[in-house]
Write a protein that binds this ligand. Structure first.
Ligand SMILES: Nc1ncnc2c1ncn2[C@@H]1O[C@H](COP(=O)(O)OP(=O)(O)OP(=O)(O)O)[C@@H](O)[C@H]1O
Length: 251
């Protein structure tokens, strides 16, 4: 039994791959501000979805609803057909800041669920994100990209079926960002968790996602599949450039 299974109630034990996400007839307001209006979205199991939009368009609100960190004013959010009522152990989040615990070493930051063999599981996950041999480092000695790798390992260690990413690479330099794209694409390709990536970066959305949704004023302004071969090569394909142009126009 893995550390993860140990931490989950029996009816929530993870199976391989991803779970589908469904939002139907969602209304979400803060006071008089309607952030999402009659909002519907189906994300099939294992899909890599990117949500693009201007600041204030409701992207983070959408993610918080899927994560169970906030509730809709009305409508239904389900994961694997079950209502989302709280943060579930099979959903993991990654933010722009790595949010590591500064007084814990890398391995302790990753092995948050201290079940049996947690160190072994954490070490293996660190290898997966390219941080072999760094388990005893303190977060302060790591670069921004390495800290984000630790945060990614911490998200992956429990083998989530849903990964929610809110501008995870927004603070990284361009080359590190591309390295992280390749890493994430490869890990997602192996594990096939359902992924929702929130980003301002249209090139990033096209480089990573199976499908891009443009969120504008609380509604979907564009919903397009990204039928490009994998592994993706940033900007290399004329089709990618055309898709970026279409998405930018919708934003
Ligand atoms: N807890 C809250 N209370 C009141 N208003 C809120 C709250 N959370 C979000 N809002 C408002 O809802 C709108 C949508 O916010 P949200 O953070 O979802 O947008 P976003 O698309 O993620 O923007 P950004 O890209 O800047 O993060 C904004 O006008 C924001 O000010």
């Amino acid at each position: 039994m893995s550390a993860v299974e140990f931490a989950l109630p029996p009816d929530e034990v993870a199976t391989a791959g991803g779970l589908p996400i469904s939002l139907s007839r969602i209304e979400k307001s803060f006071g008089t501000l309607n952030v999402l209006r009659n909002f519907n979205l189906e994300v099939p199991a294992g899909q890599f979805l990117a949500v693009v939009g201007r600041s204030g368009g409701g992207k983070s609100t959408l993610m918080r609803l899927i994560a169970g960190l906030d509730t809709a004013s009305s409508g239904r959010v389900t994961i694997g057909g079950r209502n989302v009522e709280r943060l579930n152990p099979f959903v993991r989040l990654l933010f722009q800041e790595a949010r590591l615990v500064p007084w814990q070493r890398v391995i302790e930051n990753v092995g948050i669920a201290r079940g049996p063999n947690w160190q072994e599981t954490a070490r293996r996950t660190l290898v997966d994100v390219g941080l072999e041999g760094r388990e005893n480092d303190w977060p302060t000695v790591l670069s921004g990209g390495q800290r984000q790798r630790v945060a990614l390992a911490r998200a992956l260690v429990s083998e989530p079926q849903i990964l929610l990413l809110d501008e995870p690479f927004g603070a990284l330099d361009a080359l590190t960002r591309i390295e992280m794209h390749r890493l994430l694409e490869q890990i997602w390709g192996d594990r096939r968790f359902t992924t929702v990536l929130i980003t301002h970066d249209v090139a990033e959305a096209v480089a990573l996602a199976d499908r891009v949704v443009v969120l504008r004023e609380g509604a979907i302004a564009l919903d397009t599949d990204i039928d490009l071969d994998r592994p993706r090569r940033e900007l290399a394909d004329p089709l990618a450039v055309d898709l970026q142009r279409r998405i930018l126009e919708a934003v």
